[in-house]
Write a protein that binds this ligand. Structure first.
Ligand code: PA5
Length: 440
C-alpha cells in the first residue's frame, strides 16, 4: 500500500465497485458474453454426470486422450490438469490418471509428426474443441488425428473415439460433427473462449484425465458467492482496484508469480485471460509470468533492479500434499545442516517471503493471493476469482473485456498468403511486397 496514496486507493475501490455493478446489471460493453458469471451455480449434477459418462466412455479403450484446441479452448483444461497431476505421472509404476496430450495449440509439423508416432504405438481417443469451429490451428490438427483414427480403427469405430465441443448451431466443426455423427457438447453462446473453462471446454478434458470436476465447479460456485458481494471485502473488487491503481501510477506490467511448479499453466491461462481481455485501444496492463524460485535465477536481477514499470501478483499455496524434510548430513560439506529437519515447503515459504520483501524494497509492489492448497476445489475458486476480477478490471479500464478484434489481423495476412478462397482481395502481391520491404 506504500505505492499508492489512501485517496488513490479509495477512488480505485469505488471505481471497482461501480464496475461490479455494471457487470451485474449487464449494462456494460460486451454484455451478451456474461454467461460465465452464473455458470458455476447453474451447472446441474446431471450435466456433471453426463460429462463424466462421456469421459468414461471415451477413456474405456484408450491409453491416451488427445485434446485439440487453442487459446480459450486449450489453456483452461491444460492449466487444471497440470495443477492436479502428479509431476512424474508418466514414470509411475502404476497409472493414476489417463495421460492427456494437447494438439492444435500450434502449427508444429514436428509436434504433430511426433504425436502421430506415439498414437501409432498406443490406443487413443480425441476431444476436439472449437467454439467458432473455424479456427485454423485446431482444424489442421483434427484433420490429421481424424485421418489417423479412421485408418487405425475404421471409420465407424473411429466415431466413438471422437467427441466434439462446439457451438450449438454454427461453424464448420458443428457441421462436421453432425455429419459424421460424433457425440457433441455445446459451448453456451454467451460464454467466450477464455471464460469457458467451466463449460465442457474445460470440464470434459479434466474429467477424461480422471480429476474431480464436481469439486472444481463447487470451488468456483463458492467463489462466485464471495465475489458477488457489493462490498470492499470482495477480493475480486480489491484485486481489480489495486492493479488499476498501480497501472495509473505507471506500473504497466503485471507479473504473475508462483512458487509451485504445478502452477505454470495456470499462469499461462491467466496471461490469456487478462491479455486478450484488456489489451485494447492501446491500453492495458501487460501480463507476464514467472515460476519461482527457478526464475529468480534468470529474471531476479531485472525484477530487483530493472525498469520500475512492473508489479507482481504472487499466488501463494498454503499446504503441499507431500511431506519431505531436509536430511541431516554428518559431513555438512554443502553447509545445509542449519536447515536439516525443516520441511522443503518451509524453505520455499521463506524464499517467498524473502523475495516479497526484497522486491517491495526494490520498488516493485507485490499483491499476494493465498490459496489453502492445490486441489480441485481451490483451483476452481482461483479460476473464478481471476475471471470475475478480469471483468471488473476491464470495465475500470474502459474497454470491452469480452471481445478480441485484434486477433483477426494476423489471420487475414496468413489466409491471403496461403491462398484461402475469399481472401484474394486482401492483396497477396501487396502483402508479399510489404513483407519483402520489411525483411530485406
Ligand atoms: O478467448 C478466445 O475467444 C480465444 O482465445 C479463442 O478461445 C481461441 O481463438 C479459439 O477459438 P475457437 O474456440 O473458436 O477455436
Amino acid at each position: 500500500m506504500s505505492f499508492i496514496s489512501p485517496a488513490e486507493w479509495k477512488a480505485s475501490q469505488e471505481k471497482a465497485l461501480n464496475a461490479l455493478n455494471t457487470l451485474d446489471a449487464k449494462s456494460g460493453k460486451g454484455n451478451d458474453f456474461l454467461g460465465w458469471i452464473r455458470l458455476p451455480e447453474s451447472i446441474t449434477p446431471e450435466e456433471i454426470s453426463s460429462i463424466q459418462a462421456a469421459a468414461r466412455q471415451l477413456t474405456e479403450d484408450a491409453e491416451i486422450i488427445v485434446v485439440i484446441g487453442i487459446g480459450g479452448s486449450y489453456l483452461g483444461a491444460k492449466a487444471v490438469i497440470e495443477a492436479l497431476s502428479h509431476s512424474f505421472a508418466a514414470w509411475l509404476p502404476e497409472r493414476r490418471h489417463l495421460p492427456v496430450v494437447f494438439a492444435g495449440q500450434n502449427i508444429g509439423e514436428d509436434y504433430l509428426g511426433e504425436l502421430l508416432e506415439v498414437l501409432t504405438a498406443r490406443t487413443s481417443a480425441c476431444i476436439v474443441i472449437s467454439k467458432s469451429g473455424t479456427t485454423t490451428e485446431p482444424a489442421i490438427a483434427f484433420r490429421i488425428i481424424k485421418k489417423h483414427l479412421e485408418e487405425k480403427y475404421g471409420k465407424a469405430a473411429a466415431k466413438s473415439r471422437i467427441v466434439a465441443v462446439t457451438d450449438r448451431s454454427r461453424g464448420a466443426l458443428h457441421t462436421l460433427a453432425a455429419q459424421e455423427g460424433y457425440r457433441t457438447f455445446v459451448i453456451p453462446d454467451d460464454v467466450g473462449g477464455r471464460f469457458s473453462v467451466l463449460t465442457p471446454v474445460g470440464l470434459l478434458p479434466v474429467a477424461a484425465a480422471g480429476f474431480d470436476i464436481a469439486a472444481l465447479v463447487s470451488g468456483a460456485a463458492n467463489m462466485a458467492k464471495i465475489t458477488a458481494e457489493k462490498s470492499l471485502n470482495n477480493p475480486a473488487v480489491n484485486y481489480a482496484a489495486v492493479r488499476n491503481a498501480l497501472y495509473n501510477k505507471g506500473k504497466k506490467i503485471e507479473i504473475l508469480v508462483n512458487y509451485h511448479p504445478k502452477m505454470h499453466y495456470l499462469t499461462e491461462w491467466w496471461k490469456q485471460l487478462y491479455g486478450e481481455s484488456e489489451g485494447k485501444e492501446h491500453k492495458g496492463i501487460f501480463p507476464a509470468g514467472v515460476d519461482f524460485t527457478g526464475d529468480l535465477h534468470s529474471m531476479g536481477q531485472y525484477l530487483q533492479e530493472g525498469e520500475r514499470s512492473l508489479f507482481e501478483t504472487a499466488v501463494s499455496v498454503g499446504n503441499e500434499n507431500n511431506r519431505l524434510e531436509i536430511p541431516f548430513d554428518e559431513q555438512d560439506l554443502d553447509q545445509l545442516n542449519f536447515i536439516a529437519g525443516k520441511r522443503i515447503s518451509e524453505c520455499n515459504k521463506m524464499a517467498e517471503l524473502g523475495t516479497l520483501l526484497a522486491h517491495v524494497d526494490g520498488g516493485v509492489p507485490v499483491i499476494r493471493i493465498h490459496i489453502p492448497q492445490l486441489d480441485a476445489y481451490a483451483v476452481g475458486g482461483l479460476l473464478y476469482f481471476f475471471e470475475k476480477a478480469c471483468g471488473i478490471s476491464g470495465y475500470m479500464l474502459g474497454v470491452n473485456p469480452f471481445d478480441q478484434p485484434g486477433v483477426e489481423a494476423y489471420k487475414k495476412n496468413m489466409f491471403a498468403l496461403l491462398g484461402k478462397p475469399g481472401y484474394e482481395s486482401s492483396g497477396l502481391k501487396e502483402i508479399i511486397d510489404r513483407l519483402d520491404a520489411h525483411t530485406n
